[in-house]
Structures are given as structure tokens and as C-alpha cells.
Write a protein that binds this ligand. Structure first.
Ligand SMILES: NC(=O)c1ccc[n+]([C@@H]2O[C@H](COP(=O)([O-])OP(=O)(O)OC[C@H]3O[C@@H](n4cnc5c(N)ncnc54)[C@H](OP(=O)(O)O)[C@@H]3O)[C@@H](O)[C@H]2O)c1
Length: 230
């Protein structure tokens, strides 16, 4: 398949590109920092902003499917990236007859998501990070999901829980709406998105994906998310 990956400069985007190439797909990696993407067989790197209609139109033309791992650093400022890019990408896909779109959102968007995490998650991470620091990002993810619902595309919204890095995919769990779990390895998120390219079960639906086989170190995860260079 010819797959376009938005957010290819981020850590989930890197996983998506690597796993898609390993599976034999032709990949267009869309990033505003093309110098950070290593050239490989089967890979085209596009220097484009996901909110620029002309640039998005050019990269989407001729694709079989589009994956989005776009994201912003959480903060109190209003966020518009998710919804603006969703509109720009879905309109370009409509113009070029590209049907399949899989975009990353968050478990937090499912009002029923109340995972049974440990004390630190339930009383510190979830209320402080998910409900305060990342609130404006989640507000815009909600608008993104609404944009996709109103489109005619074969979309799937994939909602991970707290992301962490793990070198390879595990036997991750999925469920409609959200999955019961506190963490998701980026390798599992990417593997799940690539698998759903061929799946029917979650077309025009939101789904959750969580990792249970391995657990991150929470201090290392917080440190990584707080200080990582973008
Ligand atoms: N961290 C968590 O615990 C958590 C939990 C649930 C969901 N999520 C969501 O999961 C997704 C992936 O997260 P992640 O941590 O792997 O990645 P990330 O650090 O959020 O990176 C996303 C990438 O999006 C790209 N981007 C941002 N604005 C862009 C624009 N206007 N045009 C083109 N590219 C743009 C940036 O790449 P360039 O600068 O290279 O263009 C950035 O590297 C995000 O949506 C995040 O909100 C995260």
C-alpha cells in the first residue's frame, strides 16, 4: 500500500514509518523537520505542514491510506492542530478519492474510561495531566473526532492511554470506545494502526488500544514526556 504518515517527526510517527516500511509498504513521511528522518528504500519524505491545504493536497494524492500521529506539546494555550489538520486532510482525501484514515486521539475522550490504575495514576497523573495540563489538547481532539464523524471517509480514531517507548510490539488489547488500561506502548499503537488498515471492525468508530504485557517506569515516562526534545 502507499501510506501517508502525518506526524512522522514524532515518536509514534517514527514507529509507524519503521513498521510500515518493514511490512513492505511505500511510505510518505510528512514532517516539518525532514532532516531528522533517515532516508530508506520505500520512503519519501515530505516537508509539509499538516494545516497547509496545498501541501496536504500534494502529499495525499495517489495514496491508498492516511495515518495521523500528529500532536502538540500539552499546555494551557488553546489547541487547534488536531481539528484543523483533520479538516485539511479529510478534504484533500475527499478530493483525491482516498478513503481510509486512521488518526490518533486519546482514551481520555471516552467519558466511560476510568481505568483501574495504581494510586499515583488515579490521584496524581490522571487528575493533573489528563484533566488539567492536557485539557486544551483533549478539547481539540474532541473537535477532530467530530470532524471525522461528519466526513464520508472510512475513518478510525485510535485512542491510546499514557504513551511510553518499548522496542517492539506486544500482544496489545483493543476495544471499541476505549480499552481498560493506563498505558500504551508506541510500538503497539503503531502496530494496531497498521493492522486496522486491513480491518473492518472499527471503520467509522473509535477504538482503544492498551499495553498490558509490559509496564513503563512512571518516573522515566514522566521525565521523557516532560523533557524530550521535539
Ligand atoms: N503522551 C501521551 O501519554 C499520550 C496519550 C494519549 C494520546 N497521545 C497522543 O498521541 C499522539 C502521538 O504522540 P507522540 O508523543 O508520539 O507524538 P508527539 O510528540 O505529539 O509528536 C507529534 C508530531 O506532530 C508533528 N506536528 C505537529 N504539528 C504539526 C503540523 N502543523 N504539521 C505537521 N506536523 C506537525 C510534529 O512533528 P514535526 O515537528 O516533525 O513536524 C510532532 O513531532 C499525539 O496526538 C498525542 O496527543 C499522547
Amino acid at each position: 500500500m502507499r501510506i501517508v504518515v502525518f506526524g512522522a517527526g514524532g515518536p509514534t510517527g517514527h514507529e509507524l514509518v519503521a513498521q510500515a516500511l518493514a511490512a513492505g509498504h511505500e511510505v510518505t513521511a510528512v514532517t516539518r523537520r525532514p532532516h531528522l528522518v533517515t532516508a530508506r528504500a520505500g520512503l519519501t519524505v515530505a516537508d509539509a505542514d499538516a494545516t497547509d491545504a496545498d501541501a496536504v493536497d500534494a502529499v495525499v494524492e495517489g495514496a491508498d491510506a492516511v495515518l495521523s500521529a500528529l500532536g502538540v506539546r500539552p499546555g494551557r494555550a488553546p489547541v487547534t492542530l488536531y481539528s484543523t489538520a483533520a479538516r485539511t486532510i479529510s478534504e484533500a482525501m475527499g478530493r483525491h478519492g482516498v478513503q481510509r484514515l486512521i488518526a490518533v486521539s486519546s482514551s481520555v475522550l471516552d467519558p466511560a474510561w476510568r481505568p483501574s490504575g495504581a494510586f499515583f495514576f488515579n490521584h496524581v497523573l490522571d487528575p493533573c495531566v489528563n484533566r488539567v495540563i492536557a485539557r486544551t489538547a483533549h478539547d481539540d481532539m474532541r473537535r477532530m473526532e467530530a470532524v471525522l464523524r461528519q466526513s464520508a471517509l472510512a475513518w478510525t480514531v485510535v485512542r491510546p492511554s499514557g504513551l511510553f517507548d518499548h522496542p517492539e510490539p506486544t500482544r496489545y488489547l483493543v476495544a471499541e470506545g476505549s480499552a481498560d488500561g493506563v498505558f500504551t506502548a508506541r510500538a503497539d499503537l503503531a502496530a494496531c494502526m497498521l493492522r486496522e488498515l486491513a480491518g473492518e471492525r472499527f471503520v467509522r468508530k473509535a477504538m482503544g488500544v492498551v499495553t498490558k504485557e509490559v509496564k513503563p517506569s512512571i518516573p522515566r515516562m514522566v521525565w521523557r514526556e516532560a523533557v524530550r526534545r521535539r
